[in-house]
Design a protein around this ligand. Structure first.
Ligand code: UDP
Length: 323
């Protein structure tokens, strides 16, 4: 299949492109390189640098390349940043996404796989959470993704777009050649491993009095390759749908740090900090729907394997993609 991948130079997008090409698909990557890295783009993919805000260029690109499907990773995805600058989140995640959809409609491209998030749920009443959990986001990041899910619903009804919304839990791990390199790193696992590498003095633990067994936040860490495989399966679908993508296992911040000490054999000092604004205490997926309807299975998402792969990547790429 010919697939347009927005955000294909980013962490999850670049690993997905690697898997798409491995599965024999043709890939065009669209990325503004604000978060992504040129060196992360698979050499067999066509690379186009562009911004979702550039409506005209997006129209021209989709008309010229005529993809059969779009995988839409490009977007802003940091809870704390969204609490400081909500406008950025609505402009990129909502308005940018609408520009993409309009280009698809103009070119007659109907299939889109959208990177949604468990942050659309807010504070779940029970864990693990399935897709029926009410979507009541508690930060602009989750809200912007929920709005775009709803926009997709209307474009499905009115324009015949076929959206698959994949609600990611916490992407983590690395492939053999592509890993997590954010220019300003805020995520837990890379921060822990950069501390193990000696690039940081300590890990800040945000919030030690949450309503969880050890007081630190619980998340469901899903290996980026398992996340990528959900997209490849979703390409085969021909009706709208929405799915959680997680493992069903939750680990606290303290548990992640302890497991990282074992994998890296480093001390990894920590320091308690106040809780981050907008952080739900616990998010753990029930992904039975994805397993049942798409035949998906997490194959690499044990915490030790995730940390081992991420550690291998950080050790071999201490400066990330060095750009
Ligand atoms: N976290 C932390 N220290 C860090 C980074 C993150 O304690 O240096 C916590 C954060 O508050 C959250 C969890 O680790 O509870 C996962 O955060 P991350 O930013 O990796 O992903 P999020 O769940 O926000 O998408």
């Amino acid at each position: 299949m010919k697939v347009l991948v927005t955000g294909g130079a980013g962490y999850i997008g670049s690993v997905c492109v690697e898997e798409l090409i491995g599965a024999g698909h043709q890939v065009v990557v669209w990325d503004n390189l604000s978060e992504g890295h040129r060196a992360a783009v698979h050499p067999q993919a066509i690379f186009l640098q562009g911004d979702l805000a550039d409506r005209d260029l997006l129209h021209r690109v989709v008309l010229e390349h005529r993809p059969e499907a779009v995988i839409h990773f490009a977007g802003k995805a940091l809870v704390p940043e969204s609490m400081r600058d909500p406008s950025l989140y609505y402009r990129v995640n909502v308005a940018g996404g609408i520009n993409l959809l309009d280009a698809m409609v103009a070119a007659g491209c109907r299939k889109i796989i959208f990177s949604s998030t468990c942050a659309t749920y807010g504070l779940p009443e029970k864990i693990p959470m399935d897709e029926q959990t009410p979507q009541r986001p508690i930060n602009p990041y989750g809200h912007s993704k929920l709005i775009f899910e709803q926009v997709l619903g209307w474009y499905a009804q009115i324009h015949g777009i076929i959206p698959t919304c994949l609600r990611y839990f916490n992407a983590s791990g690395a492939s053999a050649t592509r890993g997590e390199h954010h220019r300003i790193e805020t995520h837990l696992i890379p921060n822990v491993l950069l501390t193990a590498l000696g690039q940081r003095n300590e890990v800040e633990v945000f919030g030690e009095n949450h309503a969880t067994p050890d007081g630190t936040c619980i998340r469901d860490y899903i290996h980026v390759k398992d996340l990528a495989s959900a997209h490849i399966l979703a390409l085969e679908r021909d009706k709208p749908g929405f799915f959680n993508v997680g493992t069903g296992n939750g680990f606290s911040v303290r548990q992640v740090i302890e497991a990282a000490r074992k994998v890296t054999k480093q001390e990894i000092p920590v320091r308690g900090q106040p809780a981050r604004a907008g952080d739900p205490p616990a998010l753990v997926a029930a992904s039975h729907k994805l397993q049942r309807e798409l035949g998906w299975k997490p194959r690499h998402s044990g915490l030790e394997e995730i940390l081992t792969h991420a550690w291998d990547w950080h050790r071999t790429h201490p400066q990330g993609y060095s750009d």
